[in-house]
Design a protein around this ligand. Structure first.
Ligand code: FES
Length: 110
């Protein structure tokens, strides 16, 4: 897994939603209940940008058709039968890092 430092976001403990580029991926970074979560910013339903949605009770709400995804697990809401990819987040000092596993590492089971 490779860890990427995320520039330009202050850790304040306040809720936020931001779109960041991590490697080649567009990530939706969500500050919720004083923790930070990272999800793919691409909605699996029809490709909307989840970082333009809302976070309500621990779920990101897609701005297009209001599908919801748990910010911790990426699991879609009841009846959706889908999920959005999640990524690990580490706080090192005052810096945010997001971990990405390459396809190669996935294939090797790492
Ligand atoms: S594109 Fe996200 S719910 Fe349809």
């Amino acid at each position: 897994m490779k860890w990427y430092k995320i520039p330009g976001i202050q850790i304040t403990g306040k809720p936020f939603i931001a779109k960041v580029k991590v490697g080649r991926k567009n990530i939706c970074l969500i500050g919720y209940e004083e923790r930070i979560y990272a999800l793919s910013s691409v909605c699996p339903h029809a490709g909307a940008d989840l970082s333009e949605g809302l976070c309500v009770k621990g779920k990101i709400v897609c701005p297009y058709h209001r599908y919801t995804y748990d910010v911790k697990t990426g699991k879609g809401g009841a009846g959706q039968n889908d999920f959005v990819e999640t990524y690990p987040v580490e706080i090192r000092g005052n810096e945010i890092y997001v971990g990405i596993i390459s396809l190669w590492d996935k294939l090797r089971g790492k």
